[in-house]
Write a protein that binds this ligand. Structure first.
Ligand SMILES: *[C@@H]1O[C@H](CO)[C@@H](O)[C@H](O)[C@H]1NC(C)=O
Length: 371
């Protein structure tokens, strides 16, 4: 029926039309599907949940794989936990730890102006957040933990054109006893600078590292601007910051969008405090000399390691994360020390800024009351 309508509408000789129309239609439908392939039903779920599911099944998979070797259950548990722990960021400094995701502006994510739609950023950030979960806290994900998103703030700085490649860098901003702030940067290699200078500069340099935020001077946002000012104060601040980011390393990638998310870590309905979680996954302040690695783990690593390897299953570790850490006496809390010193200083400095942002958003919630 649809095909007949098409003949009448286009008014082409019906014999030719009859011959070609089905093909044209098929090609047309095929093209539409191909263009939107990344938005196919369930594809988002696969991209977000598959990495999590793989880590969650890893323990069981290895446990049952070793079933064939007729080893005792304790040995199988041991082997499976070793595999799970091999994914941990042992000895990483939380403030230099970054998760990188690559993507490109596919047509289904773009708006009618041919730019990545500003509403698509959150969708892609979800994929990056799943990557962050499995790379920053594999054992937590392994015992059924979830990273829960509490809030997000986006600052769109530049457009990402259709088909352009870009990178998403997630890093840890700060944390308190319940929440963790994640900083997300969408970056792309700027075309002109990238081409001319790429050869001289072989090592990729990040223009902004969360470990060195002192290099960026933030003008005080409290300066009131006149109501008639053509360029509001916040705009001027954004422009100054973007200019300073570009000035730092003109060859480096350009920040196209900047976002702050507040997440918490839940197992079932119970929140796991971020400092406890970080220490359990192996994060640590840097040692006084050398560096930590899987072969030379930080001193506190023995505690979560022992919990996970306690005979039988991951039940003990699960119980510790959800309940029993509360029973540990204040002076025996081994997860405090690894994140003290320089890490604690940085955390407090960052937290002051990020909490200020969160409280401003909270204050603004009554700006538009119910109509
Ligand atoms: C998205 O954000 C960019 C950067 O602020 C802006 O230039 C662009 O117009 C926005 N696009 C839409 C469709 O709102």
């Amino acid at each position: 029926m649809l095909v007949n309508l098409l003949y009448q509408w286009i008014k082409i000789p019906s014999s030719i039309a009859r011959f070609f129309a089905p093909y044209i239609l098929r090609v047309f439908v095929g093209l539409i599907l191909l263009i939107n392939i990344r938005s196919f039903p369930l594809l988002w779920h696969v991209r977000v949940f598959l990495p999590l599911a793989i880590v969650r099944c890893k323990y069981h998979f290895i446990f049952y794989k070793h079933l064939l070797s007729f080893k005792p259950a304790a040995a199988r548990h041991h082997a499976a936990v070793i595999q799970l722990e091999s994914l941990c960021p042992v000895g990483a400094n939380p403030f230099t730890f970054t998760v990188l995701c690559k993507s490109w502006a596919s047509p289904d994510d773009c708006d009618f102006l041919g730019h990545l739609s500003n509403s698509s950023y959150a969708k892609i950030r979800d994929v990056a957040l799943a990557q962050f979960s499995v790379k920053a806290c594999p054992t937590f994900v392994g015992v059924g933990g979830c990273v829960i998103l509490g809030s997000s703030h986006y600052q769109f700085l530049r457009e990402i054109p259709l088909f352009a490649r870009y990178e998403i860098k997630l890093s840890i901003g700060a944390w308190d006893q319940k929440w963790m702030y994640l900083v997300c940067r969408f970056t792309a290699q700027s075309k002109n600078e990238g081409k001319t200078k790429a050869k001289q500069n072989t090592s990729p340099v990040l223009p902004i590292e969360s470990s060195t935020p002192s290099r960026i001077r933030i003008p005080t946002p409290m300066t009131p601007s006149g109501p008639e000012s053509p360029d509001p104060c916040s705009d001027r601040i954004t422009k100054t910051l973007v200019a300073s980011l570009l000035a730092e390393d003109p060859d480096g990638p350009t920040v196209l969008c900047f976002s702050i998310s507040r997440v918490c870590f839940k197992i079932g309905r119970i929140t796991v405090p971020p400092p406890l979680l970080l220490a359990c996954e192996g994060f640590s302040k840097p040692p006084s000399s050398g560096s930590y690695s899987h072969d030379a783990p930080p001193p506190h690593w023995i505690h979560p390691h022992t919990l996970r390897h306690s005979p039988g299953s991951l039940e003990n570790y699960h119980g510790f994360l959800t309940k029993f850490w509360r029973d540990v006496a204040e002076e025996d809390r081994w997860w405090i020390e690894p994140l003290s010193g320089p890490v604690e200083e940085q955390r407090l400095a960052n937290l002051a800024k990020l909490d200020a942002m969160q409280s401003v958003v909270n204050v603004c919630m009554d700006v538009a009351p119910y109509a």
